[in-house]
Write a protein that binds this ligand. Structure first.
Ligand code: ZN
Length: 371
């Protein structure tokens, strides 16, 4: 108990010291970057607008921040995987919206700069209506979870989405094709026969929906239980469910890394997060809560682990989360252009300096060499 107390005092003093002496903290930060490239990172971004009352604009929530991300990646010769919300982009295309072309050009540019673009689905775009000319709102969130759709609808969004990604790869003059997926709201479970069938049909082999150790059983919008997966594993094969290892399985699960986050860190980080000034200009979805607010808050505090988000933590905290996964050979991180900020770009910089980054083509090579 006494040791724990000393540890917390050290943490708090260290944090304030980093504020008072940014030069010294920066040096520590860079030292860490010096041990670089022994570990590999898969930097993933969910390329999407806000999913709540106001989607935000394409320009402020996607184009501008994704360009800033691209510039950091280019500067460090790093690469990332962008999980593209094709339900949104197809919505633009069907409405002949001028933002469609902007996005297509940006995605081509990202591919030309060694990044991968893969499939991400938010089916409630089927219920989107214009708020003003370049903002949207959703008349309903009933279709939020993939499983709420009919078989036909699931088939349609998988095939249209993957065709769109493939056409962009083609326009970027590569022979790559879609091969990875992340479920909107992370809800891939249950991996039903119809979802499996569409993975096979669209040639998707890699799933990135599992957040090691997380659980959210909040129907109708979220439903997953990843609490029992091994947090130390870089990836595994599966066939029936992404959380059940099957060495002969055709699919590969690449879970998002999570790390232990103490209550004190959590409280400070939660409080100061509001000063990060996100680039995006929309509003997220407020969660549908059936429980009392205090119970929800206590539950949040009880959570020991957090996904390692590039866009949610000040570098001090982000760095400390990365230290906790330094035993892992491959660390999969997650961010969103819409919630990036000048502070979060510093996190991205650190990752680029410290790790060898992998895109989907590198991953495929990695698997072949491990066989
Ligand atoms: Zn998403």
């Amino acid at each position: 108990m006494k040791l724990k107390l000393i540890k917390y005092i050290k943490i708090i003093l260290g944090f304030f010291y980093s504020l008072l002496k940014p030069g010294k903290a920066k040096k520590d930060f860079n030292n860490l970057a010096e041990q670089k490239k022994n570990q590999k990172a898969i930097i993933t971004f969910d390329y999407e607008l806000f999913l709540g009352k106001d989607s935000g604009t394409c320009e402020k929530s996607l184009i501008e921040p994704a360009n800033k991300i691209r510039d950091v990646l280019i500067k460090h010769k790093a690469k990332a995987i962008f999980f593209v919300d094709t339900t949104y982009i197809l919505h633009l295309k069907k409405n002949n919206h001028p933002d469609y072309k902007k996005i297509e050009n940006q995605l081509i540019d990202l591919v030309k700069n060694n990044n991968s673009i893969e499939l991400h689905l938010h089916p409630h775009w089927l219920d989107a209506k214009p708020l003003v000319k370049d903002r949207w709102y959703f008349t309903s969130h009933e279709k939020y979870r993939l499983h709420s759709l009919t078989e036909k609808e699931i088939e349609k969004i998988f095939s249209e989405g993957s065709n769109l990604i493939n056409s962009i790869y083609k326009k970027a003059k590569t022979n790559q094709k879609v091969s990875a997926f992340r479920a909107g709201g992370w809800s891939i479970m249950p991996f039903s026969p119809i979802i499996k069938k569409n993975f096979i049909k669209t040639k998707i082999k890699f799933d990135f929906s599992v957040i090691a150790g997380e659980k959210k059983l909040e129907l109708p919008n979220h439903y997953y239980d990843y609490s029992n997966v091994d947090k130390k594993k870089n990836y595994w094969q599966f066939s029936k469910e992404p959380v059940i290892i099957d060495k002969e399985g055709f699919f590969t699960e690449i879970p998002v890394a999570t790390a232990k986050f103490s209550i004190i860190y959590r409280l400070i980080s939660r409080y100061i997060r509001r000063y990060m000034n996100y680039y995006g200009d929309g509003k997220g979805m407020s969660r549908i809560r059936t429980e009392n607010k205090i119970i929800v808050y206590l539950k949040e505090l009880k959570r020991n682990y957090t996904p390692i988000y590039i866009d949610s933590y000040y570098p001090f905290f982000f760095n400390s989360l990365l230290r906790k996964v330094k035993q892992k050979e491959i660390v999969t991180l997650v961010g969103h252009p819409k919630t990036m900020s000048s502070i979060a770009l510093k996190n991205l910089e650190l990752v680029c300096k410290r790790y060898k980054t992998l895109n989907i083509a590198d991953l495929k090579k990695e698997f072949i060499s491990n066989k």
